[in-house]
Write a protein that binds this ligand. Structure first.
Ligand code: ATR
Length: 279
């Protein structure tokens, strides 16, 4: 690529940042689409966040992805918020506007697009949500928006889950050892939003009891490393579909790119990205 006076600068801001896959994804999209930009990692500590965002604005940085641990704190640093980011209480994408940065949550849109790709129909269906962290909040917002009939949230810390989701009418909160309180006369879409099972702890699954998986009609694990988690394997062993989180990762990046560059990323380019990351 040629860097010149017109090259737009974008990046991802987090701590740690060395493991990030975002530069590879966004630079790949830029190359395929012929956009004149560079996308780089920025290591920013919690105490440096405010200065970093203001500095980025002064440096004319077009947009940033925001990752751990800044997704919530950055709400204080933006001048505008898109509805989903406000409702979720987390921002993973900011784009330059006239007065400052505007915050978006493309984890939410990425999850919606993954459901759509795999034809997982949530409307009027009961759902089991495993976890109540940042990712689970974006997933819950999507489930509410699509219109799941009822959502059972299972989390290690019930009090934390209650704090986050306790005011939602169609939600019941349980501990992992209480899964058998979920009515057994229905089949459930199950979304795995904990970090349990993430590489290098490939052999782990947040639900230990095999009978739990008889409740599941289709599973989505937000983890994409390994490609098949124990959670997915147990569902597939029962002849049901299970998907990993690679498409959510790709679509959250594609959605962010579309916001940054104000253009649509064609499907074949999103698919080329999928092929690159899942050869
Ligand atoms: P993310 O942004 O990826 O969602 P997070 O906000 O740290 O990360 O959330 C991690 C989720 O995994 C939480 O639901 C967490 O449970 P708690 O809310 O009880 O902390 C869950 N989690 C992490 N390690 C776990 C473990 N060893 N057993 C069970 N749940 C675990």
């Amino acid at each position: 690529m040629v860097i010149d006076g017109h090259t737009a600068v974008l990046g991802v801001l987090g701590d740690p940042i060395e493991h990030t896959g975002s530069p590879a994804i966004h630079n790949f999209l830029a190359e395929k689409l012929g956009d004149n930009l560079v996308y780089v990692p920025f290591h920013v500590s919690k105490k440096g966040l405010s200065d970093a965002v203001r500095g980025a604005y002064e440096l004319n940085i077009r947009g940033l992805n925001i990752t751990v641990p800044h997704k919530e704190a950055v709400l204080q640093e933006v001048t505008e918020l898109e509805d989903s980011a406000l409702a979720i209480g987390a921002v993973n994408t900011v784009v330059r506007s006239r007065k400052g940065y505007k915050g978006f949550n493309t984890d939410f849109s990425g999850f919606m697009r993954e459901l759509d790709y795999y034809s997982v129909i949530v409307y009027n269906k009961p759902v089991i949500l495993l976890g109540a962290g940042g990712a689970a909040k974006a997933v819950m917002y999507a489930l509410q928006k699509i219109g799941a009939s009822r959502i059972y949230v299972l989390n290690r810390s019930k009090s934390k889950a209650r704090e986050i989701f306790g005011n939602l009418k169609n939600v019941e909160i349980l501990g992992f050892d209480e899964w058998n309180k979920i009515p057994g006369n229905e089949q459930y879409i199950c979304i795995q939003c904990t970090s349990v099972g993430l590489s290098p702890n490939d052999g782990e699954c947040v639900i230990k009891d095999d009978e739990f998986f008889d409740l599941v009609s289709v599973g989505v694990d937000l983890i994409y490393k390994p490609k098949e988690t124990v959670f997915m394997k147990k569902i597939r062993e029962r002849g049901r579909d299970a998907h990993n989180g690679l498409r959510m990762l790709i679509y959250q990046a594609v959605s962010a790119y579309e916001i940054f560059m104000d253009r649509e990323v064609p499907n074949d380019i999103a698919e080329a990205l999928y092929e690159k990351l899942d050869p």
